[in-house]
Design a protein around this ligand. Structure first.
Ligand code: CP3
Length: 352
């Protein structure tokens, strides 16, 4: 395949806090079930089969770029793929979401977790990245789960409401909990560094369940491992790093000081509040977010007003990337998503 000649680098520039000709936009979960084109590729396979087929992962990663004209592509995979590579059985059941039938709840199970070699154990992810780079004219985002979020899945055995097993272990067996997070963090640094070697140009850490922790517990049990992963990556790569803490408003005093290039903001946090926190930190960074994914169900005019209000607020940030404040849900109308892209791209800013 011929590489396309003109590269759209607005997303990379905004990550580094530089001014761009337009505000770049991409969407968390932009490849997925809301697109009929995705459903068509996905339907003959299970989700995990799809994740292990680089040719098909490339196809579904390209779909939102071609259909919506977003300014970045994200690797098609899942945050739980490396947990399977650590030796855990993983199933995705229709309706129930991810399931680990043998959750990690004691030292024996923690000791059995292996640190995978990304090239050996997850070659399909790296092959997808290599193929995508040949096909793309926008930057490619690689990703992983943040250590705490990944730990909740393998300790609970899947999704959870109260995080009972996770928090019981945190409080009653903190050394075991930290040992599990140490292993996940080690795996994550190796996995993300391998993604960069394969061609990923930006990395995002998804901390979906960070907001399930009271701030002191976040500081004690989750934050040190986010720091460790960011520091490990800084030693090995110079690509921009994005940290997204879902439901993270109360965590801003800590997250705004992290050594990330971009802070992803969830939809519950007022964007101005996040930008103020980030701008007051010693190392101001770019900000990404944060339209409520359900705002995509608003009538056109109100949707446009919401998007424009975020764009106005974003002008106060060192760099601003438009995104949702969490993933697109499957019932979303792709035409509404396309409308958002068009509004963002035609935004000229407010005069000072
Ligand atoms: O377009 C993209 O964003 C790239 C691909 C991507 C997927 N999952 C594909 C996917 C990314 C970046 C993820 C991240 C992910 N996976 C997160 C963090 C982001 C978030 O949403 O908070 C989490 C928590 C997971 C774990 C996971 N994967 C769950 C809980 C589920 C089931 C829930 C659901 O939406 O069905 C998945 C499945 C999954 N991952 C799908 C897709 C497209 C749906 C699978 C299908 O086609 O049936």
């Amino acid at each position: 395949m011929m590489p396309r000649l003109s590269m759209n680098t607005t997303f990379l520039e905004a990550c580094k806090g530089r001014r761009t000709s337009h505000v770049p936009v991409w969407f968390m979960r932009q490849a997925g079930r809301y697109l009929p084109e995705y459903q068509r590729v996905r339907s003959p396979y299970s989700f995990l089969e799809l994740c292990k087929r680089p040719d098909l992962c490339v196809e579904v990663s390209l779909q939102p770029v071609d259909i919506l004209h977003v300014d970045a592509a994200i690797l098609f995979s899942d945050i739980l793929i490396p947990m399977e590579a650590m030796g855990l059985e993983l199933e995705f059941s229709e309706g129930k979401g991810p399931v680990f039938p043998n959750p990690v709840r004691d030292y024996r199970a923690a000791a059995a977790l292996r640190i995978p070699d990304p090239e050996e154990d997850m070659p399909f992810v790296l092959e997808t990245i290599r193929l995508l780079r040949e096909a793309l004219a926008v930057p490619l985002i690689g990703f992983s789960g943040a250590p705490f979020t990944l730990a909740t899945y393998i300790i609970e055995g899947g999704s959870s409401r109260n995080f009972l097993h996770t928090k019981k272990m945190m409080y009653q067996e903190p050394a075991l909990f930290q040992e599990i997070l140490r292993k996940i963090s080690d795996c994550t640094v190796r996995y993300l560094a391998a993604q960069v070697r394969a061609g990923a140009q930006v990395l995002q850490l998804f901390d979906t369940w960070a907001g399930a922790l009271a701030p002191p517990d976040y500081t004690a049990f989750a934050l040190p491992w986010v720091r460790a992963v960011l520091a490990g990556l800084r030693q090995q790569t110079d690509v921009p790093l994005i940290y997204f803490a879902n439901n993270g408003a109360t965590l801003l005093p800590e997250t705004s000081r992290l050594d990330a290039d971009v802070l992803g903001i969830d939809w519950r946090t007022p964007l101005e509040m996040a930008i103020n926190a980030v701008n007051q930190a010693e190392n101001p960074k770019a900000v990404q977010g944060n339209l409520d994914p359900l705002a995509l169900f608003l009538p056109e005019k109100q949707l446009a007003e919401r998007v424009t209000a975020l764009l106005d607020a974003g002008q106060q940030a060192k760099g601003y990337i438009f995104n949702l404040g969490h993933g697109i849900i499957p019932e979303t109308d792709p035409a509404q998503v396309k409308r958002v892209v068009d509004i963002v791209h035609s935004y000229q800013g407010t005069q000072p």
